[in-house]
Design a protein around this ligand. Structure first.
Ligand code: HEM
Length: 524
């Protein structure tokens, strides 16, 4: 035993010596390369002095979009950090974001290597992390055509409306116990997407938020977002990847197994039921495309289909439900704004039916509320990272090839140079006469880019926007709201918890009080 122990200790020592040797060599190479590049090009953007080896990782703090916003106040809107051995540049103003995502977008159209893509997203075989190129184009084309085109959005609108009506009925029948609104919204968003993608609901109604399968699913999605949001040391110091110091990679592998089992079940169920039923959903289309090569000769594989489903269910559920939860929290906090939204809805929709998608374009005040919610609570506060394919120059600064780009969309949308009273929830700024009257949030105006911009802009922007608008309009129209235990409005906690998506630190627990004709809540 003792001999064995000594052998293991010797092996460990060797591993550490090799590890440190690699780190020392990497530091040397890094410094030599830095010296050479700084001699032949402009300076790197300013930023805090990095620590040895870890670089600026300690500067990220517990809530990175907050820490990075604070650094931008000191060093300016274009910062350079060194995270481990990786150059990272952070854009924190509209004009800097425009340089990266418009002027130089072609150079920043892939995502940097990371453990999440490798261990969760089927080793980059999905749409979100696929390198820019023919396979990415194929996946993007399939989803644009079959899921997000105007025709597909219209074709499936009755399914979304049915799921939202189901949510309203559940809320109306909730007893005196407060409901966890975020959980119910998540069930609704997932079921609406499930019906479009798979031709069926994924969960039971989630009555009162107690469907254990729904709880498990939501927790898996949140875990994906939390893990994908962690700055994993192995992504920045490759020689330490195998040690998995934070245990992140192990958690990712475990989560991947659970998700893969969930998706495999769905596909198997689908194959079995499609023998007896005619399906008209995205999964059937994807399965039928498996044997048909596209213009570039690429065919879809089983793994790519699972990876696409994983993308849609993770990127498309929690983002919409948590944004709606923030919107309702803001409306509850501002009774005057809620009253204006309700007044508009009563005029356009009346009190005898539910909101329909075709009503949405006739609700300018509601639209402004949604824009203001996306401004203050963008669901991916640091967007999704991009990588520089080649070195380039932005505003006279050298951006080295291979740099990771982070766009702090959260900080940009609160920049006091662009926004009057940036922390105030004020939908009027987006209305005629307001100082941002013509601003849209679809990636054209860089002061507010919750869906990103450029080639890799959110693929599901139309669906995400439509879902948040429909849900918020319906909830504001159908109910008056009270906080759990009659909690004072000033006491409502609006703190953020950090993950890749912006969750509320505390869930919104509320009592919905029906305000429409009773038959609206009972019709099927
Ligand atoms: C509240 C709603 C949503 C927000 C705020 C949001 C935000 C974002 C952001 C910031 C990006 C990165 C864009 C960039 O790199 O510039 C993104 C990418 C993406 N989103 Fe969304 N999203 C939302 C809803 C959805 C929905 C409903 C789906 C699908 C069902 C979806 C699917 C995707 C996909 C597939 C990508 C990767 C696109 C690519 O790399 O080509 N998102 N989203």
């Amino acid at each position: 035993m003792r001999v064995l122990h000594i052998c293991i200790t010797k092996q460990k020592m060797c591993a550490w010596i090799i590890g440190f040797g690699t780190i020392a060599a990497s530091i040397l190479i890094y410094n030599v390369v830095k010296l050479i590049t700084s001699r032949c090009s402009g300076p790197l953007p300013p930023g805090p002095k990095p620590w040895p080896i870890m670089g600026n990782l300690p500067h990220l703090g517990a809530v990175p979009h907050h820490s990075l916003a604070a650094l931008a106040r000191v060093y300016g809107p274009l910062i350079h950090l060194r995270l481990g051995f990786v150059h990272v540049v952070v854009a924190a103003s509209a004009s800097v974001a425009e340089q990266f995502l418009k002027v130089h977008d072609a150079n920043f159209s892939s995502r940097p290597p990371n453990a999440g893509a490798k261990y969760i997203a089927y080793n980059y075989q999905d749409l979100v992390f696929a390198p820019y190129g023919p396979r990415w184009r194929l996946l993007r084309k399939i989803t644009s055509l079959h899921l997000f085109s105007a025709k597909a959005m219209d074709e499936f609108k009755h399914l979304r409306q049915e799921e939202v009506a189901r949510l309203t009925r559940n809320l109306a029948s909730s007893d005196s116990k407060a409901v966890n609104l975020g959980q119910l919204l998540n069930v609704c968003a997932t079921n609406a997407l499930g019906r479009v993608m798979l031709g069926r609901r994924v969960f039971n109604d989630g009555n009162g938020g107690c469907d254990p399968k729904a709880d498990e699913f939501k927790s898996m999605v949140v875990e994906v977002m939390v893990l994908a949001g962690v700055f994993n040391i192995g992504d920045f110091i490759p020689s330490l990847e195998c040690l998995d110091l934070q245990g992140v990679q192990a958690k990712m592998k475990n989560l991947h197994k659970r998700f893969d089992a969930f998706l495999t079940n769905i596909i198997e169920d689908h194959k079995t039921s499609s023998k007896t039923e005619q399906h008209k959903d995205l999964l059937s289309t994807l399965l039928s495309l498996k044997d048909v090569p596209d213009d570039d000769g690429n065919k879809l594989t089983d793994t790519e289909i699972k990876a696409l489903l994983l993308n849609m269910f993770t990127a498309g559920t929690d983002t919409s439900s948590s944004t709606t939860e923030w919107a309702i929290a803001e409306l509850i906090r501002s009774p005057k704004i809620l009253a204006k939204v309700q007044q508009e809805l009563d005029i356009v929709v009346g009190r005898d039916r539910n909101v329909r998608e075709e009503d949405l374009t006739h609700l300018p005040y509601l639209q402004a509320v949604i824009k203001e919610t996306f401004r203050l609570h963008p669901s991916t506060p640091l967007s999704l990272p991009r990588v520089a394919a080649e070195s380039c120059e932005i505003f006279g600064y050298h951006i080295p090839k291979g740099s990771t780009l982070l766009v702090n969309v959260w900080a940009i949308a609160r920049d006091p140079k662009e926004w009057a009273n940036p922390l105030e929830f004020k939908p009027e700024r987006f209305l005629p006469g307001g100082d941002k009257a013509d601003v849209d949030i679809k990636g054209n105006v860089f002061e507010v880019i919750p869906f990103g911009a450029g080639r890799r802009i959110c693929a599901g922007i139309n669906l995400g926007l439509r879902m948040v608008q429909l849900l918020t309009a319906t909830l504001a129209h159908s109910f008056d709201w009270e906080l759990e235990n009659g909690l004072n409005l000033e006491k409502l906690n609006m703190d953020e918890a950090y993950g890749l998506t912006l969750q509320r630190a505390e869930p919104l627990l509320v009592h919905p009080m029906p305000r429409l004709s009773p038959h609206v809540y009972s019709s099927s």
